[in-house]
Design a protein around this ligand. Structure first.
Ligand SMILES: NC(=O)c1ccc[n+]([C@@H]2O[C@H](COP(=O)([O-])OP(=O)(O)OC[C@H]3O[C@@H](n4cnc5c(N)ncnc54)[C@H](OP(=O)(O)O)[C@@H]3O)[C@@H](O)[C@H]2O)c1
Length: 258
């Protein structure tokens, strides 16, 4: 397993789940981690675990105006960033194809525009590093279209494209852009799921996969393989997904509302 050490790293979504496990793991490996989230109390609790290695910066990545003041607060903590890992995100399902635009906007604000904001704020500090890395948490749900995931899956598919487009833009520089696609990870986000989650792994295991992938400079970090490989196959032969998988997962049996 590859290890990252003695870097300055900004992790968003660090107050819970994957981001929290990642912050603790990176701090243990002698990095200085700036941990972000909206809940100050959860961040303060996290900092207590490693006060010298963890700095905290409360922010709402989905709030464009509030993010504009973040550079000043980041500058109080560091003069550069080697790695940024954008973990902040949310999930809401569209049950019964209600297509409420407010819900879609909430999901896109956190999962897509939140990452755009994070990169905008981080870029000047990343350019001060000799080997800058920007990584963001997409999802294996972007590989095949899951029922009820119209908002979540679309936001992650848009994020995949965004990251690859940025990668294309900076391909003549030393800036590395990484797309991370986890399968099911046991966190407060998935605790709300009311279905069986195949190949569920712990947040600590996910953090290990992510650190290893970044240390090895992988462009895409998909895990676990026992889920990512079958999904990639079904993503390629999509007719099989629609013929055999989607009908089993879909909860809609009729379009009639009565
Ligand atoms: N768990 C999975 O199975 C799974 C699978 C694939 C991808 N992912 C992705 O992995 C990322 C982390 O998910 P998780 O499972 O660890 O979920 P989680 O435990 O719910 O953590 C989500 C984190 O994002 C932060 N956050 C949400 N909205 C934010 C906002 N507007 N501004 C700032 N921070 C915000 C939350 O902190 P505050 O509430 O304090 O703001 C929290 O720290 C997400 O992008 C998710 O889509 C998760």
């Amino acid at each position: 397993m590859g290890e990252i050490c003695e870097k300055t790293i900004w992790v968003t979504g660090a107050s819970s789940g994957i981001g929290r496990a990642l912050t603790l793991r990176l701090a243990k490996h002698k990095n200085f981690v700036i941990a972000s989230g909206r809940r100050q109390q959860a961040l303060a609790e996290l900092q207590k675990c490693s006060p010298k290695r963890i700095g905290i910066l409360q922010c709402d990545v989905a709030d464009d105006d509030a993010m504009d003041v973040v550079p000043e607060r980041l500058a109080e903590l560091t003069d550069h960033l080697d790695i940024v890992i954008a973990c902040a995100g949310t999930c809401e399902y569209d049950d019964g194809l209600r297509l409420e635009s407010a819900m879609y906007r909430r999901v896109f604000d956190a999962n897509f525009f939140g990452v755009v904001n994070t990169l905008r704020i981080a870029l000047p500090l990343l350019t001060a590093s000799s080997s800058p890395v920007f990584a963001a948490l997409s999802s294996l749900s972007s590989v095949v279209p899951f029922p009820r995931a119209e908002a979540y899956g679309s936001s992650k598919a848009a994020l995949d494209y965004f990251l690859q487009s940025v990668r294309a833009d900076v391909c003549n520089t030393n800036f590395k852009v990484i797309c991370i696609r986890p399968g099911f990870v046991d966190t407060p986000l998935t605790a709300r799921n009311d279905f069986k989650m195949p190949t569920l792994i712990s947040a600590e295991r996910a953090a290990k996969y992510i650190e290893d992938g970044i240390a090895k400079e992988r462009s895409n970090i998909d895990f676990p393989r026992r889920l990512s490989w079958p999904l990639r196959f079904l993503g390629f032969f999509r007719f099989l997904w629609f013929r055999f998988c989607a009908p089993k997962i879909s909860r809609i049996r009729t379009l009639r509302k009565d």
